[in-house]
Design a protein around this ligand. Structure first.
Ligand SMILES: C[S@@+](CC[C@H](N)C(=O)[O-])C[C@H]1O[C@@H](n2cnc3c(N)ncnc32)[C@H](O)[C@@H]1O
Length: 258
């Protein structure tokens, strides 16, 4: 039987080709591989050698789950724009929103990964806060992404974050996020970094439900954490279906030359 990784590996390869040959836009002169500036802003969010692959895992999941360029997306804990440098060019003008307490990460992401030209063209909006106050954007989000963010708060802060997401997620909106799954239980308060706060799925799902959302685990690539999708209870059947669909190799309609 094909493994989960191999089922979706063609998607990852596609994104790697996209990265290798560029997106056809002129970048600022100091943007790109081989820059001396790469180390710190990449290393802060994870292993620098996995930078592109981890970005691809996030973006391919969103696309497979139905993200289109007309949607409005909030990238919670967007860091140095690991996913943002793919999502900002893709989404329509003004449709990407980023939240990040460490302003320097976003600034270096713009300077050394994305390039200022794209900021001017796509007009993403950023807020530099640590209280998950998403309502200040004044937007109802179709998609929320929180990759490797809920792996760091203890239950009190995780609940705050999920409540703020629930308040701003559109009726049909979806949150895609990771958490650190482990049989060990966590005791503490606030944020832990770079270490991760472990949860059993039952405990984490309980916090999601307390926030007013419902959740399903997802089988998607992430060797050290687990993905889940969350949404409002009215669309529970749809996320249930999505969680089953993403276990299978992606299906396409038979018609058409592509
Ligand atoms: C492991 S990094 C992941 C960054 C990004 N999501 C990615 O995958 O590259 C965790 C990020 O969460 C940010 N963070 C810390 N406290 C936060 C908070 N209260 N709300 C949102 N993000 C926070 C960190 O600054 C860091 O950028």
């Amino acid at each position: 039987m094909a493994t989960f990784e191999s089922d979706h590996s063609f998607l990852i390869r596609g994104v790697e080709v996209f990265l290798r040959f560029g997106i056809g836009l002129k970048r600022s002169p100091d943007v790109g591989e081989g820059s001396d500036h790469l180390a710190s802003h990449r290393a802060y969010v994870g292993a620098p050698e996995e930078w592109d692959l981890v970005a691809a895992r996030q973006v391919t999941l969103l696309l497979a789950a139905g993200l289109r360029n007309t949607h409005r997306l909030v990238d919670i804990g967007c860091g140095s724009l690991r996913a943002g440098r793919m999502l900002i060019p893709y989404l329509r003008h003004g449709h990407y929103f980023g939240v990040e307490p460490n302003r320097w990460l976003v600034e270096r992401g713009i300077e050394h990964e994305l390039g200022r030209d794209l900021i001017g063209m796509k007009r993403p909006t950023f807020r530099f806060v640590d209280d998950f106050s998403l309502s200040a954007f004044g937007v109802s989000f179709d998609f929320a992404l929180a990759h490797s963010v809920f792996s760091h708060p203890y239950p009190d802060l995780a609940l705050t974050g999920l409540q703020r997401i629930a308040e701003t997620l559109a009726p049909e909106g979806r949150l895609f996020a990771t958490f650190k799954e482990d049989p060990t239980d966590s005791v503490g308060s606030g944020w832990l970094y770079p270490e991760m706060v472990p949860y059993t799925w039952e405990r984490f799902e309980g916090i999601v439900e307390e926030s007013g959302l419902v959740a399903r685990r997802l089988h998607w690539m992430q060797p050290r954490q687990s993905w889940f999708v969350a949404a409002h209870p009215d669309v529970e059947a749809e996320i249930d279906d999505l969680s089953l669909r993403l276990r299978q190799p992606l299906q396409y309609p038979a018609a058409g030359p592509g």
